[in-house]
Design a protein around this ligand. Structure first.
Ligand code: FAD
Length: 457
């Protein structure tokens, strides 16, 4: 039984926790990073990186199928899931080793084990007490289910879906949000029949409606089935498959049901409430400077209400370390966080949708332009359909960018700079966009909104 003392104790070694630890160590603090599983958390092991590796494999499968369209002889003969899994795990292993190296090089003390907050400045791990002048809570999230819907057998979450060593014949996916549409995309490309069940009227319902509709058209074209505005009632399973029943009485049969209805905060049993931290439905409540109601205790990442994204976690981790160091960092705006959904076609957005901007500023105070990728040379070469929509205030800055099309996630860098720097289309219109790139589509939209259309009417 030992008591160990640090300037900063971080509970949870995922995106939010490890970035807080790294930045704090850079700023000269002694840091303990407590992790019960593997450093890197959800993003590295069962989230961003593994799913994007699968999506890459899926894109390669599609490329093989479509190779003949540009004169290349290739045949798609199937998917070897053992090798796809090995490809994915190899990437994770390399990134995991790299992260371990960074943590070691910063002199951070990694404490392996399950931590429990036992006082405003200490965490118990087994028989040891880890004391910190400040504490950062970063315990992350878990895959939620619906009341009465038990996970197990053929009813699986994204974690299970990543471990499968075969391609299912038919999958039902409950939830048409980011995780649901990404897995739908992967499985369809791997050769499965896919049906998405979504309670709201659109897929990716948090996106601009025109983007949701474009995805629905693209999925219809790809043969991905979906049922929108329907209510899940229950599921039964046997040795060969599942039968999902909807409230309408309609049934859907499949080999598996993937439950992708969102993620909840992983705070149960962590001691937060007992120590007096203000919580709401399992989330840790903080002020805009990510401080909880207990002085010296901060929270970052998926346990803080808002978008559950790795880059938000990194940014919050950085912020908190600098806050503790007294650097007075600029508050992070939750409105302008870039988002990418990596399905095929990809979706990328930042800032306000046209309707939210109209609500906030008045319909007559905004202008929007939706550039069709059919006009873009590189999009034509890639064989993608889609659009890039820019929303601006009249005589004011760009407040939102919403894109769909192959690889548009790579365009979000420019879009998020423009929105976060509150640039006007007139500021960007004179800047060059290399030709031929899909980036030019953003340039065309800015030119249009600056009153100087080039390849548009
Ligand atoms: P986590 O990464 O969940 O880390 C929390 C860590 O705390 C874990 O390692 C856990 O083991 C540890 N822990 C928990 N409790 C304790 C305890 N009591 N003691 C010790 N350790 C503890 N985001 C993106 O930005 N882009 C994407 O493409 C993307 N894709 C995703 C795909 C999927 C399938 C999923 C599930 C998520 C995806 N995300 C993506 C979301 C992203 O993974 C999360 O937003 C991010 O990992 C949150 O970071 P975090 O630090 O808050 O939590």
């Amino acid at each position: 039984m030992a008591e160990l003392n640090f300037d900063l104790v971080v509970l949870g070694g995922g995106s939010g926790g490890y970035s807080a630890a790294i930045r704090a160590a850079e700023l000269g603090m002694s840091v303990a990073l407590i992790e019960k599983n593997k450093l890197g958390g959800t993003c590295l092991h069962v989230g961003c990186i593994p799913t994007k590796a699968m999506l890459h494999a899926a894109e390669v499968a599609d490329n093989a199928r479509e190779a003949h369209e540009c004169g290349i002889n290739a045949t798609f003969t199937g998917v070897d899931m053992d090798r796809v899994n090995a490809f994915r795990e190899d990437i994770i292993t390399k990134k995991f080793k790299g992260l371990g190296g960074l943590i070691k090089a910063r002199g951070i003390t990694v404490i392996e084990g399950e931590g429990r907050l036992v006082s405003p400045n200490s965490v118990a791990v087994g028989a040891d007490t880890i004391v910190g002048k400040n504490i950062v809570l970063a315990t992350g999230s878990y895959s939620k289910s619906l009341p009465g819907l038990e996970i197990g057998g053929r009813v699986i979450t994204s974690e299970h879906a990543l471990q499968m060593n075969y391609v299912p014949n038919k999958v039902a996916i409950l939830g048409g949000g980011v995780i649901g549409v990404e897995f739908a995309s992967v499985w369809k490309s791997f050769g499965s029949e896919v049906v998405i069940i979504e309670g709201l009227p659109h897929l990716v319902p948090n996106e601009e409606e025109s983007i949701s509709k474009a995805l629905e058209r693209a999925y219809r074209k790809r043969g991905i089935d979906y049922k929108l505005g329907v209510r899940f009632q229950g599921v039964t399973q046997n040795d060969s498959g599942v039968v999902v029943t909807l409230e309408s009485g309609e049934t859907v049969e499949a080999d598996l049901l993937l439950v992708a209805v969102g993620r909840g905060p992983a705070t149960a049993g962590c001691g937060f409430e007992e120590v007096g931290i203000t919580m709401d439905r399992g989330y840790v409540i903080t002020n805009e400077r990510l401080a909880t109601n207990i002085p010296g205790v901060y929270a970052v990442g998926d346990i803080v209400p808002g978008l559950q994204l790795a880059h938000r976690g990194y940014q919050q981790g950085f912020f908190v370390a600098e806050e503790i160091a007294g650097l007075n960092p600029v508050v992070i705006s939750d409105t302008n966080i870039p988002k990418v959904t990596y399905c095929e076609p990809e979706i990328a957005s930042v800032g306000l949708t046209e309707s939210k901007a109209a609500e906030q500023y008045g319909a007559d105070k905004i202008a929007a332009y939706d550039y069709n990728l059919a006009g873009n040379g590189k999009s034509e070469i890639l064989g993608t359909a889609g659009s890039v929509k820019v929303v601006r205030l009249v005589d004011g800055p760009v407040v939102g960018v919403h894109m769909i099309g192959a690889r548009v996630g790579e365009l979000i860098g420019e879009a998020q700079l423009v929105v976060n720097w509150e640039a006007h289309p007139e500021d960007i219109a004179p800047l060059l966009h290399a030709h031929p790139t899909q980036n030019e589509s953003l340039g065309e939209a800015f030119l249009y909104l600056a009153g100087k259309p080039l390849h548009t009417l």
